[in-house]
Design a protein around this ligand. Structure first.
Ligand SMILES: *[C@@H]1O[C@H](CO)[C@@H](O)[C@H](O)[C@H]1NC(C)=O
Ligand SMILES: *[C@@H]1O[C@H](CO)[C@@H](O)[C@H](O)[C@H]1NC(C)=O
Ligand SMILES: *[C@@H]1O[C@H](CO)[C@@H](O)[C@H](O)[C@H]1NC(C)=O
Ligand SMILES: *[C@@H]1O[C@H](CO)[C@@H](O)[C@H](O)[C@H]1NC(C)=O
Ligand SMILES: *[C@@H]1O[C@H](CO)[C@@H](O)[C@H](O)[C@H]1NC(C)=O
Ligand SMILES: *[C@@H]1O[C@H](CO)[C@@H](O)[C@H](O)[C@H]1NC(C)=O
Length: 387
């Protein structure tokens, strides 16, 4: 545990506080505990480079995030992240004074400050189960939530060894680690709806099983000693250009809300999933009162961007357009998606909410991260966890 000296006299203590407050990168102040590491699970919203390192020639060809213009805004080259720059996890690591969370498949031997098990395309339910349901999975690899948890369990002995170098043995080996889980489920729904020609009703029927898998995963982490766990909800599926473009070709889409999003997909799928997930998180809080669970919202954040784009610096005439795409309605051309030669990025990505058909821009992720760290999009805000 990296604590400041406990017995400092008032005057030096003030100096320390002033020093910390004047340090712009750090969100910590005063006499406060720190997180020693971040351990992350999820899909393309959290992957910092696992999918692009996955050794499989079949998926290599469909792995567009390894191409330009992914990464153009921040890293200056494709970084393995499914956006133009940093993702929410990067902004959280930065605010906690930790390095970007290294992908488990990178050659970093020492994950003492964190490790990322998230894989773009990852589903909540496992590949064998989904395929048994006649669902076409477009990244047919074993990277589901439980596959990621198994990786974590294999690595646990070495993670525990390196965390003891921080002297945190009293609180167990993950007492100072921030776990982040999710989102999970978006790719299950995407595979069901977009790759398997199934209906929204069919997708809905999987929601309880998906949420149960997530909640069981959270519980598994608690049994491994996780004390701080962030559980992310799902984006509004009906506001994504890929969903909008798919539905605009059929007349039976249930209508649009005041922002131009598909009502049925938002209420029938995302809100349903998020409400069940929140209920399960509440139950887990009651069952494990010594674990701090953060319910972190992407859904409400994206709706806020649409409600008041100017407030967040977004261009209100392009809110539901992919910044990177190959033309067509919503700039969502299935024949020329982002990462293929036929697609280009918009001139001002910082004013766009959506990067490609499914993923947000760095500026949107930055605003979501701010809302998770300070509120209002997290209950409780991450920076209040160590108070
Ligand atoms: C891991 O890296 C950290 C920081 O670079 C270092 O302090 C620590 O000793 C390393 N641990 C091992 C087991 O190599
Ligand atoms: C896959 O998921 C199904 C249904 O939840 C479960 O019964 C099965 O054991 C899982 N298989 C693997 C290999 O994890
Ligand atoms: C999957 O498709 C096969 C062949 O059409 C069918 O026999 C089977 O019942 C289907 N399984 C499910 C779970 O729908
Ligand atoms: C995924 O895991 C299952 C169960 O362990 C295995 O049967 C299957 O071959 C694996 N699939 C791939 C693509 O690795
Ligand atoms: C998808 O399903 C609809 C009705 O369930 C059917 O009319 C249509 O032909 C199917 N499309 C494909 C590509 O299978
Ligand atoms: C917003 O986007 C539209 C369409 O690309 C563009 O014409 C307009 O200049 C942009 N507005 C601002 C304030 O940048």
């Amino acid at each position: 545990m990296r604590l400041l000296p406990a017995a400092v006299a008032p005057a030096p203590f003030l100096l320390i506080v002033l020093f910390l407050l004047s340090c712009p990168r750090s969100a910590y102040s005063g006499e406060q505990k720190r997180f020693a590491s971040i351990i992350s699970f999820g899909d393309s919203y959290a992957d910092t480079g696992n999918l692009v390192r996955w050794d499989n020639p079949v998926i290599e060809s469909v792995n567009l995030i390894r191409n330009s213009p992914y990464g153009e805004t921040f890293f200056g080259h494709p970084s393995g992240r499914a956006t133009n720059g940093r993702i929410v996890l990067d902004f959280i690591a930065d605010a906690l004074d930790l390095p970007f969370v290294p992908p488990v498949l990178s050659r970093v031997e020492n994950f003492s400050t964190g490790v990322n098990f998230a894989v773009a395309g990852a589903t909540a339910l496992n590949l064998t189960y989904l395929q048994g349901q006649n669902i076409t999975v477009d990244l047919p690899i074993n990277s589901s939530l439980n596959d990621q948890l198994r990786w974590f369990e294999q690595l646990k002995p070495s993670l525990c060894r390196s965390s003891s170098t921080h002297g945190g043995s009293s609180s167990g080996c993950f007492g100072e680690s921030l776990f982040t889980l999710g989102q999970f489920g978006a790719n299950d729904y995407r595979n069901i709806l977009m790759n398997s020609n199934m209906t929204l009703e069919q997708a809905r029927s999987y929601v309880p099983k998906i949420v149960n898998t997530i909640a069981t995963g959270v519980e598994r982490l608690i049994h491994h000693g996780a004390k701080y766990i962030v559980v992310a909800d799902k984006i509004p599926f009906g506001c994504m250009p890929a969903t909008l473009a798919m539905a605009s070709s059929t007349n039976n889409n249930g209508g649009y809300d005041q922002y131009g999003c598909l009502k049925s997909f938002n209420t029938g799928l995302s809100q349903y999933h998020n409400a069940l997930l929140r209920r399960r998180v509440d139950l887990l809080r009651r069952r494990y009162p010594h674990t701090r669970l953060v319910f972190a919202e992407q859904y409400r954040a994206v709706i806020s961007f649409l409600q008041d784009p100017d407030h967040f610096g977004f261009n209100r005439s392009t809110t539901l357009m992919s910044c990177c795409g190959g033309g067509g309605p919503y700039n969502q051309n299935w024949k020329a998606p982002c990462g293929t030669p036929g697609a280009t990025a918009c001139a001002a990505p910082s004013e766009a909410i959506i990067w490609d058909g499914f993923h947000l821009t760095e500026s949107a992720y930055s605003s979501i991260a701010h809302g998770w760290l300070h509120g209002p999009y997290a209950d409780p805000p991450i920076l209040q966890l160590l108070n």
